[in-house]
Design a protein around this ligand. Structure first.
Ligand SMILES: [Zn+2]
Ligand SMILES: [Zn+2]
Length: 340
């Protein structure tokens, strides 16, 4: 544990100075595209993000590796920032009082103008998400939220902008999730598409699978995200579908974006690079790379892609990467299409 702390501490100052025991694990495979990592540093989680004390348990990974995993219960609510706003109140509401929407093609300010132009945007005259006074139809009760924030949207809530609140969840409380993540990543034989939950943020939120955009748009709804790329559903509470620079550690080393979470295989996840930055770095097919300061880590996709982590190079715990993990009742076996 000490060496892990030392590794991250040294990586914050100057890259060339990390030495001795702190890098022995990484040096063995440093020349490979996927270097070993020193593993999860629980101290990086923000205050309140982890509920209780994580335990270390024996676990078998997807590729058959027998190792140890951290069993971590996360708060299910970002501990370092407020959630929302989500939907605009009227068709003249500005972007500063609303969240965002992304559909796999682009990321958009979910301002009043966007709502007003939905029929044009999606080339379908069935869109009419506001009344004659310009007020946007928003799921502003628990009942409406529960009926609409699901793949099989209640037809009564077509043309609603969907937003939730912790008040609409059971007992008005965040929904915690317990995840099993390898204490140190173990490389897989080949990269795999993440199924189900992809990871956790450092401020206590599940990084979820892609939002089912086709089902959402097919029901003439917008499952609004806040500016951090998260939203509520009744099953999982608040969860993340897009990385926009929230939940980060305080520092980023030279040429890097800051880390904001861990993937289910135990590798760190950093914020997306901008288009300009992407032109100057070489990332592998999973948007990962190995740097001297940070070891192997992923960069999240742009929120526009509606998929935070492109693919996983490490093994995951059976059930954690395929949507079978807790909380029960939310995600169908096999993951996709999952919930909103
Ligand atoms: Zn990087
Ligand atoms: Zn969702």
């Amino acid at each position: 544990m000490l060496s892990v702390v030392a590794f991250f501490a040294s990586s914050c100052s100057s890259p060339g100075t990390s030495s001795d025991a702190t890098t022995t694990e990484a040096s063995a495979t440093a020349t490979q595209s996927v270097a070993a990592s020193t593993g999860i540093d629980l101290t990086l989680f923000k205050a309140g993000a982890v509920v209780g004390d994580p335990s270390t348990v024996d676990c078998t990974l997807s590729g058959g590796a027998e190792t140890t995993c951290y069993e971590i219960t996360i708060s299910g609510y970002p501990t370092d920032h407020e959630v929302g706003p989500f939907c605009p109140e009227t068709i003249t509401t500005g972007a500063d009082k609303a969240g965002i929407w992304f559909d796999g093609e682009g990321v958009y300010d979910l301002d009043g103008e966007f709502i007003a132009n939905l029929a044009e945007k999606y080339n379908d005259s069935g869109w009419q998400m506001y009344d004659e006074n310009g007020n946007v139809f928003v799921t502003d009760t628990a009942e409406a939220f529960e009926a609409a924030a699901r793949p099989d949207v209640d037809p009564a809530y077509q043309n609603y902008c969907i937003e939730g609140s912790v008040d609409y969840l059971e007992n008005g409380e965040p929904i915690t999730s317990t995840v099993l993540i390898p204490t140190s990543p173990v490389a897989a034989a080949a990269p795999s598409e993440p199924q189900g939950n992809q990871g956790v943020t450092l401020d206590g939120v599940i990084i979820a699978a892609s939002a089912p955009v086709d089902a959402i748009l097919g029901a003439y709804t917008i499952a609004s995200f806040d500016d951090c790329g998260g939203h509520f559903n009744p099953f999982e509470g608040y969860h993340l579908h897009g990385a926009t620079g929230c939940s980060e550690t305080g520092t980023a080393s030279e040429g890097e974006t800051a880390m904001f979470g861990y993937a289910m295989d135990g590798y760190p996840v950093h914020s997306p690079y901008s288009e300009a930055e992407l032109a100057n770095v070489q990332l592998d097919e999973c948007n990962g790379h190995t740097t001297e300061a940070e070891g192997y880590h992923y960069h999240a996709n742009s929120a526009a892609k509606n998929q935070v982590i492109q693919c996983l190079v490490g093994q995951t715990v059976a059930g954690e990467g395929d949507g079978g993990g807790p909380p029960a009742g939310g995600v169908p076996a096999g993951g996709a299409p999952g919930n909103n």
